[in-house]
Design a protein around this ligand. Structure first.
Ligand SMILES: Nc1ncnc2c1ncn2[C@@H]1O[C@H](COP(=O)(O)OP(=O)(O)OP(=O)(O)O)[C@@H](O)[C@H]1O
Length: 293
């Protein structure tokens, strides 16, 4: 169980409230008038083909990218006025490929860095207990003093999740936490997420494949070319994939191309042939006391 929280009763029902959000990058409009509301306790999957704008949306939610238009409200605070946002109650897990690259630190040091929210230069008094609890939650208590670089990719992903959990967040944002993670680590991750859901943590997770998280997802939001094309029912398990020996969902029909008429929660998969993984370092962040930037 998480430590008792304070101030929860002051938080509005919508923990994420995005209205008419447009974001420009490199002179191009990447997000187009996006509306997104996430209520307390929801477990929302953000889906869409490569380049549809999922990471851009999440990075805007955590204040890394500025809106060109519209509003972004997190836990009741306007993100464009960073000072008022309760970053200490928000956990963010960036894409692993870049966030852990070249970090010369031990597991416990990386997790401890998650305690430092914007404006907070010293960890909270119960910081070490939170760090140990977060490590236990991702089944890495016995790796605390190992160098992060020595761990497998899936374990590094769990370190980043523990780093976000050290804040005891009410809201957790994760950007492709299953990418490049083997089946055993995916199952471990799913158990961690189920525990968080049971504790009432609100989750917004970017996914390419719902995999072992499918039973947890309460709603799916699908982006296409920077706009929301579906907001509602989660995708159904593909035929033959809803039993125990299949741990992920993927297209089998040979139609791997995006379709112009893709509109439903199941259509996002059509853009994802096996091995078609995104690359690049667009989600690079610094581990700093200044929040997520
Ligand atoms: N810094 C940048 N400058 C210019 N264009 C960018 C920048 N970052 C991202 N983009 C473009 O914005 C679009 C959306 O990218 P984004 O990473 O948000 O998509 P995504 O849905 O997360 O994709 P993926 O599934 O591949 O991670 C892409 O066309 C991408 O090339």
């Amino acid at each position: 169980m998480s430590a008792p929280r304070t101030g929860v009763e002051e938080t509005p029902a919508a923990v994420v409230d995005v209205r008419g959000l447009s974001v420009d990058l490199g002179g191009s409009r990447i997000l187009r008038e996006v509306d997104l509301t996430v209520a307390r306790g929801e477990f929302v999957a953000l889906l869409g083909a490569n380049g549809s704008g999922k990471s851009t949306l999440v990075r805007t939610l955590v204040g890394v990218l500025p809106p060109a238009a519209g509003t972004v409200t997190m836990l009741g605070a306007d993100v464009t006025r960073r000072a008022g946002v309760p970053w200490g109650r928000i956990g963010y897990v960036p894409q692993r490929s870049t966030a852990t690259a070249g970090v010369p630190a031990t597991v416990v040091e990386v997790v401890r860095s998650g305690l430092l929210a914007a404006g907070r230069l010293r960890p909270p008094r119960d910081g070490e207990a939170r760090v140990r609890r977060a490590l236990a939650r991702v089944d890495l208590a016995d790796r605390a003093d190992r160098a992060v670089a020595e761990l497998s990719g899936g374990q590094q992903q769990r370190v980043l999740i523990a780093r976000a959990l050290a804040r005891d967040p009410e809201l957790l944002l994760l950007d492709e936490p299953l990418a490049g993670v083997d089946a055993a680590n995916q199952e471990s991750f799913a158990r961690t997420m189920a525990g968080l859901r049971d504790d009432g943590v609100t989750v917004l997770v970017v996914l390419h494949e719902t995999g072992p998280l499918a039973p947890l997802i309460t709603r799916a939001v699908v982006l296409r070319h920077g706009a929301v094309v579906h907001d509602g029912e989660p995708p159904r398990p593909a035929p033959g994939h809803d039993h125990d020996d299949h741990d992920h969902q993927h297209p089998h029909d040979g139609d791997h191309l995006e379709r112009d008429d893709a509109r439903g929660p199941d259509d996002w998969r059509r853009g994802y042939p096996h091995g078609d993984r995104p690359t690049g370092d667009r989600s690079a962040i610094r581990i700093s006391p200044g929040g997520f930037a």
